[in-house]
Design a binder for this molecule. Structure first.
Ligand SMILES: Nc1ncnc2c1ncn2[C@@H]1O[C@H](COP(=O)(O)OP(=O)(O)O)[C@@H](O)[C@H]1O
Ligand SMILES: O=C(O)C1=C[C@@H](OP(=O)(O)O)[C@@H](O)[C@H](O)C1
Ligand SMILES: [Mg+2]
Length: 299
């Protein structure tokens, strides 16, 4: 083999390794986004934890059959685990243009693009609070409901009602597939209520693209946000191990979940930062922003 051919082989191997790494980090990312442990994924995909660890770190030769089982356990199409090099590429012209804008202009640009490509947000259904566990969705949602007289709906309670069992049990028995189906049915019920509500969603709803899009299209959405450190201290002081029982509450895990979900959470129409602020202050801001979306059409 001459030198050039040799270089080509090396290039190809590097590209292949990047591809394998990319698949691995997709799996790891999806798992984090959904708050699943490796053990959960192993149980529902029937792929050993050890093998999953290798897959996630790009250290194994992945077979199609294994990847298929992983996709099934996440309840996503197989193709979603395969990097589409073309689709992932952002046009360099667009990237240059966006990065020439300052932070405020970028926010405006995003809103304009969202309005243009996501259609109009229909406002009759009210508002939806999204964000990671401990952000303050329940606390602020309840306060807002008290002050506005609008119903406060927790999607997780509806899910449990519909299933007749606790979320942990749904996941244990039926895996992500079952949970995501019921989550989507629960959202449908809220849409059928016919009055504006204050909806709290589970932190991992954003990992289900179809359900999340439906949420974004029908509600004025608010990302209730705080720092990983505050998430951890709040969740620990509540003694809370939700959403997925058994998930290790380590700061690194929280950081990873937040990182993986950030791009989805940031699609919300408004970001409410609750970091180092008191509840009353945040409720006031929330109320001011969402008031127009909680009014009924009859006056
Ligand atoms: N500015 C704030 N806004 C909301 N909650 C706060 C704030 N500061 C501290 N907290 C505390 O953080 C916790 C938030 O928990 P919770 O409302 O259950 O979050 P989530 O529903 O998003 O999981 C509560 O214990 C609340 O008292
Ligand atoms: O990630 C999720 O799907 C869930 C998060 C939890 O919500 P909080 O974000 O209020 O803790 C709770 O609703 C439920 O266990 C499901
Ligand atoms: Mg909550």
């Amino acid at each position: 083999m001459d030198d050039r051919a040799n270089d080509n082989v090396l290039d190809n191997e590097e590209t292949l390794q990047r591809y394998i790494d990319d698949i691995g980090s997709r799996v790891r990312g999806l798992r984090a986004k959904r708050g699943m442990t490796r053990k959960d994924l192993s149980k529902h995909s029937d792929v050993s934890e050890r093998y999953l660890a290798q897959l996630e770190t790009g250290k194994s030769n992945i077979t199609l059959a294994i990847l298929w089982r992983v996709a099934e356990a996440f309840d996503i199409p197989f193709s979603a685990l395969i990097p589409d090099l073309q689709r992932d590429q952002i046009s360099p012209v667009l990237a240059r243009f966006i990065s020439s804008l300052n932070a405020d202009q970028q926010t405006t640009a995003l809103q304009i693009l969202k309005r243009r490509f996501n259609d109009q947000v229909s406002t009759g259904h009210g508002i939806a609070l999204i964000g990671l566990r401990g952000a303050g969705k329940t606390t602020l949602g309840q306060q807002l409901a008290e002050q506005t007289g609008r119903p406060f709906v927790r999607l997780s309670s509806l899910i449990e009602e519909l299933a007749g069992m606790k979320i942990g049990a749904i996941l244990d028995l039926g895996g992500q597939k079952k949970f995501r189906r019921i989550e989507s049915q629960a959202l449908q019920q809220v849409l059928d209520m016919g009055e504006p509500v204050i909806l709290e969603t589970g932190g991992s709803l954003v990992s289900q693209t179809e359900t999340f899009n439906q949420l974004l299209e029908n509600f004025f959405s608010i990302w209730v946000k705080t720092s990983p450190e505050e998430h951890l201290s709040r969740v620990m002081s509540q003694g809370d191990t939700r959403p997925m029982a058994g998930f290790d509450e380590a700061i690194e895990d929280l950081r990873l979940i937040l990182e993986e979900r950030e791009i989805d959470y940031s699609q919300a129409d408004y970001v409410l930062n609750t970091s180092r602020r008191d509840i009353g202050d945040c409720t006031q801001e929330l109320k001011r922003v969402v008031q127009p979306y909680l009014e009924t059409g009859d006056h």
